[in-house]
Write a protein that binds this ligand. Structure first.
Ligand SMILES: Nc1nc2c(c(=O)[nH]1)N[C@@H](CN(C=O)c1ccc(C(=O)N[C@@H](CCC(=O)O)C(=O)O)cc1)CN2
Length: 370
């Protein structure tokens, strides 16, 4: 009975839709031909896909930047500092124990391969830190360094040999790549089962889709969620704002927060009145690399703030002549938020811990260890 009623409703809806369509469609073929030449016909074609390929440039004109002086220590500190460095050390020490058990039981260890192209100082530091962390955890690492002007073929051939190497369970290409290289083509070449960065579009697509599981979750996004969970922050049902929509950090973090059932808004360089949107958020994750973008008054009292941004500024007094600052005006945030990650020592070390965790998971999958 129910089925029949449903069928009738569907049929009558189809008839109504067709009638409506007929009304708006010309009845003779001559009229159809005439329409093909005017813009009404165009409306029935799919609209062109809007490209995301322009860079999100955060200029003072695109945003209501607040240039008022930073309120250093004027408010009493309400926020706890989320110590990403020590949390990451704890995680890496757990990974080291698992690796040592794996070695004892099957005589194998996880292996990570890193490809670094060019001489960017920041990329060199991150890769050095990744290799050092692998050593601490007992993970084998291989590294291929290529010159700035290397050809795409050189990278593809290095990738192909790592893809085939059974002692390598994770492969990453350090980003960004020099401009002349086709990042998409290169990342597509990383075998899905070894894509520990989670940047293969199939992994990212599966992360975005209901009922699908990515093989790997991008490390920075995973690190942000891990920091929230380990700090006892509830995500389900909370309003989260992610500032930035990069493939490396903003996009996967917004997808992962959705998976954890937050209500997610994404802000970018063309967003209007970003401060009004962030002020409603329980959780703010910012990943744009604009120093001090998020001022104290951008935050709701008690919000949790995760700062992914890192921006080097000259500092002759520091060991390497520079120091890093984040997207968040840290001193102001401390007086408004309930918890804040510092830069350095917040999300950065977690990115590396999550890379090791993905590499260990990959090896466990290969050797069928639970
Ligand atoms: N292939 C990838 N490329 C890039 C990624 C990535 O996840 N995969 N993310 C960023 C850079 N990144 C990892 O590669 C990364 C950034 C920062 C840190 C970190 O530990 N930062 C420290 C400070 C380090 C310093 O002394 O400069 C901190 O914040 O405390 C680790 C990894 C872009 N590219």
């Amino acid at each position: 009975m129910m089925m029949m009623m449903m069928k009738r409703i569907t049929q009558s809806m189809t008839v109504m839709w067709q009638k409506g369509l007929k009304k708006s469609m010309p009845s003779t073929s001559r009229a159809v031909n005439t329409l093909k030449h005017n813009h009404c016909y165009q409306i029935r074609k799919s609209p062109p896909l809007v490209s995301l390929d322009f860079p999100d440039i955060w200029t003072p004109n695109s945003l209501d930047y607040d240039h008022s002086p930073i309120q250093k220590g004027s408010n009493e500190q309400t926020a706890a500092v989320i110590d990403g460095k020590s949390i990451s050390e704890e995680i890496i020490s757990g990974i080291a124990s698992e690796v040592s058990r794996m070695k004892e039981s099957i005589g194998k260890v996880p292996g990570l391969a890193v490809i670094l192209v060019g001489q960017r100082r920041d990329s060199q530091t991150y890769v050095r830190n990744k290799i050092k962390a692998c050593e601490e955890a007992g993970i084998k690492s291989l590294m291929t360094e290529l010159p700035e002007d290397c050809t795409e073929d050189k990278i593809l051939s290095a990738l192909s040999s790592f893809n085939e190497n059974p002692s390598i369970h994770g492969i990453l290409v350090q980003l960004p790549l020099p401009k002349h290289l086709d990042e998409e083509k290169i990342l597509n070449m990383v075998s899905l089962e070894k894509d520990v960065d989670g940047f293969n579009p199939l992994n990212m697509g599966n992360l975005a889709m209901r009922g699908r599981e990515p093989v790997f979750i991008p490390c920075t996004a995973k690190g942000c969620i891990e920091l929230l969970l380990r700090s006892g922050v509830e995500i389900m049902g909370k309003k989260a704002v992610v500032i930035g929509r990069s493939n490396i950090a903003g996009l996967p973090t917004s997808l992962l927060l959705q998976r954890h059932h937050a209500t997610v808004s994404i802000l970018h360089a063309l967003s209007k009145n970003p401060d009004q949107i962030t002020r409603q958020a329980d959780i703010v994750v910012t990943a744009v690399g604009v120093p001090n973008l998020v001022r104290g008054h951008w935050l709701k009292p008690g919000a949790v703030v995760i700062d992914v941004g890192t921006y080097p500024i000259e500092d002759p007094s520091s060991e390497f002549g520079y120091r890093l600052i984040g997207d968040v005006c840290y001193e102001e945030a401390l007086g408004v938020a309930s918890a804040v990650t510092p830069v350095p020592g917040g999300v950065g070390p977690m990115t590396i811990a999550m890379l090791l965790s993905n590499t260990l998971d990959s090896a466990k999958r290969v050797y069928d260890i639970t």
